[in-house]
Ligand binder design. Structure first.
Ligand SMILES: NC(=O)c1ccc[n+]([C@@H]2O[C@H](COP(=O)([O-])OP(=O)(O)OC[C@H]3O[C@@H](n4cnc5c(N)ncnc54)[C@H](OP(=O)(O)O)[C@@H]3O)[C@@H](O)[C@H]2O)c1
Length: 337
């Protein structure tokens, strides 16, 4: 079977399409999934470029998020049967409760093999059923970005009438917008593009601030009477963190998720502001199957459609990664098989 792999050199240009990868066979309690679609995450770029860590088992099949159908099941499997449409978990070993070191190391497409292959091998516990209203391309966007957004919003105690600040128009932020709106919250968004701002409003953002035109966007929010907010979905890191602290209310909540902004845009984290405002700062690392399943119920109930920006062919995976790297996308970039 075919699989896109890092073999020896860390770069998009060095990725190899292995046409003779071993086809997995399910052992007891295991399933094979015929992969139909894979979505890209910023982490995939870090892994491929060697910026995550270079101490990875090579050759490594890349990417973490797949949707498809069960191809075969091993002895004793009861949760699924051949033909069932499923998504794989980002961390196959995180089923419920808190995360563990072992669960973190099970994350696909780094220390564990990835999913950009014609078939993948998983424990029967490491798949969730795909909602009937979703295509495989849509379902493939869920395991990392959507579960992360859900976990962040839920740990913040989201309730109807709250105000949530989301940053930029990548996968996590667009899912946070959609899920927060479905829960009855008001969403304020930032973006670098007026065209993307219009699309954010179509998706239900009450207000959008262009962070390039307004580098002091927290101040623009204050002057516009838009804050303070109850929750911040913080995907910028050092480049945005202190502004997020200013934008959140006393006793509010900041979900620390990413470091997508240029760190030079911000100073060291202002711990004094954090403590004087009594802000709850919560690191987020994707989420468990239990969270994924809870999110799936909400997605089905509200008929939420993930926003897929472009779908590339499997053979064009390197082009998909180069496009994703530009940041031109809105929502998720998908590779279809
Ligand atoms: N902790 C976790 O479990 C977890 C899970 C998933 C992702 N992450 C991290 O979260 C971050 C976002 O992930 P993603 O997959 O959604 O990434 P993505 O799709 O690559 O997001 C790209 C978007 O980030 C926005 N951005 C860049 N600089 C910004 C700034 N200064 N202010 C506001 N927005 C800015 C841009 O939006 P505009 O084009 O609209 O300006 C850009 O399009 C990444 O750092 C990723 O590694 C963490």
């Amino acid at each position: 079977m075919r699989a896109w792999q890092i073999t020896d050199t860390f770069s998009i240009d060095s990725l190899k399409l292995n046409t003779a990868a071993a086809e997995p066979q399910p052992g007891p309690g295991q399933v094979t999934v015929r992969v139909r679609a894979v979505s890209l995450n910023f982490r995939d770029l870090l892994v491929i470029k060697g910026l995550y860590t270079k101490k990875l088992p090579l050759p490594l099949t890349i990417c973490s998020d797949a949707a498809g159908e069960i191809a075969a099941v091993g002895a004793g499997v009861t949760r699924v049967k051949p033909g069932d449409r499923v998504c794989g978990l980002f961390m196959p070993a995180w089923i419920a409760g808190g995360c563990s070191d072992g669960a973190a190391r099970s994350a696909q497409g780094a220390f564990a093999p990835g999913v950009l292959a014609e078939q993948i091998l998983l424990s029967e516990e490491a798949v969730t059923p795909t909602s009937a209203h979703l295509s495989d391309a849509e379902a493939a966007t869920l395991p990392c970005a959507a579960v992360t957004a859900w976990n962040a919003l839920m740990q913040g105690g989201l309730k109807a009438g709250d105000t949530v600040l989301v940053q930029g128009t990548g996968g996590v932020s667009i899912f946070a917008l959609q899920l927060a709106r479905a829960a009855g919250a008001r969403v304020i968004a930032t973006t670098s593009s007026d065209e993307k701002a219009a699309r954010l409003k179509e998706l239900g953002a009450a207000h959008v601030i262009n962070y390039k035109a307004n580098p002091e966007w927290d101040e623009a929010m204050r002057k516009g009477g838009l804050g303070p907010v109850d929750q911040v979905i913080e995907i910028g890191g050092q480049g945005t963190f202190n502004r997020s602290l200013k934008a959140v209310r006393m006793g509010g909540y900041v979900a620390l998720i990413g470091n997508r902004a240029d760190a030079a845009l911000g100073d060291a984290p202002n711990l004094t502001t954090a403590l004087m405002k009594g802000v709850r700062i919560q690191g987020i690392f994707v989420g468990s199957r239990e969270m994924f399943e809870a999110m799936n119920r909400a997605i089905a109930l509200h008929a939420i459609r993930p926003v897929t920006d472009r779908v590339f062919a499997f053979e064009d995976a390197a082009d998909a990664l180069r496009y994703f790297e530009t940041g031109a996308h809105f929502g998720k970039v998908v590779i279809a098989l």
